[in-house]
Design a protein around this ligand. Structure first.
Ligand SMILES: Nc1ncnc2c1ncn2[C@@H]1O[C@H](COP(=O)(O)OP(=O)(O)OP(=O)(O)O)[C@@H](O)[C@H]1O
Length: 274
């Protein structure tokens, strides 16, 4: 197991309800080093809330508790809003499901890719442009100069997601959290984007927390897998061992892996909230 960049100990996230607080993440422990750790589980198992707790991006009504939540020796539990702003985009990047909602349609791609350089560095406009063009090239976009001056509407879904990855990696974060980064794309593009994330993770020596419901994909792109069930860790195993998982739940999720016929449908829900 790689040396930890992120340490999560006894993390819980709860929301108020008429019947009292409901714990949607319930006392989980894990670490992420310079490796790809996948957080998997059915819909509602708490994957996104875990990712958001690490990014300090939980809904206002959520309460977060942990024995320890630390990133690169910093205690995230005591970070002030200004501390979060300094961390996000600089040391921790977040890639979400659909670039349509993450990219601002009113601004050209170049400006959005450069944004974290503007916020976190003193590079000149020319240096920022050069870094952005390099990064657009690194994520495999043909004709980076044309993409740089385009508006997001001119991009396909796969290109948009490559732009988002470029925007998140331009400042060389130590950790990237990718929450279902490919579920808006077709199968072939999904594999291309995941292969790109894997290669950039290795090239930059980053950690990647990959949130996914697709165990088959995870088995090919991740190093380690944490299986969440109703907010708790059901099993933690090497990605290579997924096909021979011990827990019945993991085996059921593995058996429900999307096939060409069922791809795009949601996974069945096994006893959430029970
Ligand atoms: N703002 C909120 N208020 C109350 N409950 C919420 C809120 N946001 C999420 N939840 C609940 O938290 C639980 C965990 O949600 P989360 O989004 O982490 O699941 P997930 O595993 O990422 O699922 P999916 O794959 O569907 O995104 C769910 O039961 C959800 O209904």
């Amino acid at each position: 197991m790689a040396e930890a960049l992120l340490t999560v100990e006894d993390l819980s996230v709860s929301f108020p309800s008429g019947a009292g607080p409901v714990r949607v993440v319930d006392g989980i422990d894990f670490t992420v080093g310079r490796e790809i750790v996948a957080l998997v589980g059915e819909s509602g198992s708490g994957k996104s809330m875990t990712g958001r707790a690490i990014m300090g991006l939980l809904p206002r009504t959520a309460t977060v508790q942990a024995k320890r939540l630390s990133f690169d020796e910093r205690n995230l539990l005591s970070l002030a809003p200004s501390g979060w702003n300094a961390l996000r985009g600089k040391d921790i990047g977040l890639v979400l499901q659909d670039p349509k909602y993450s990219l601002n349609p009113a601004h050209k791609v170049g400006r959005q890719v450069e944004e974290t350089l503007l916020l976190h560095t003193r590079l000149s406009a020319a240096e920022r442009r050069e870094r952005a063009l390099d990064m657009l090239d690194m994520v495999g976009l043909p004709d980076p100069a044309r993409v740089y001056s385009s508006y997001p509407a001119a991009l396909s879904g796969g290109m948009g997601q490559r732009v988002m990855i470029a925007a998140m990696l331009i400042n060389r974060p130590k950790l990237l959290i990718a929450d279902e980064p490919t579920s808006a794309l077709d199968r072939e593009l999904q594999n291309q984007i995941l292969a790109l994330l894997r290669s950039l993770t290795e090239q930059f020596g980053m950690g990647l927390l990959l949130i996914s419901h697709d165990l088959q994909q995870v088995s090919r792109f991740a190093d380690r897998v944490i299986v969440l069930r109703s907010g708790r860790i059901d099993e933690e195993l090497a990605a290579a061992d997924l096909a021979n998982a011990q827990s019945d739940y993991t085996r059921a999720l593995w058996a429900a892996r999307p096939s060409a016929e069922t791809y795009g449908t949601r996974l069945p829900v096994y006893g959430v909230g029970t």
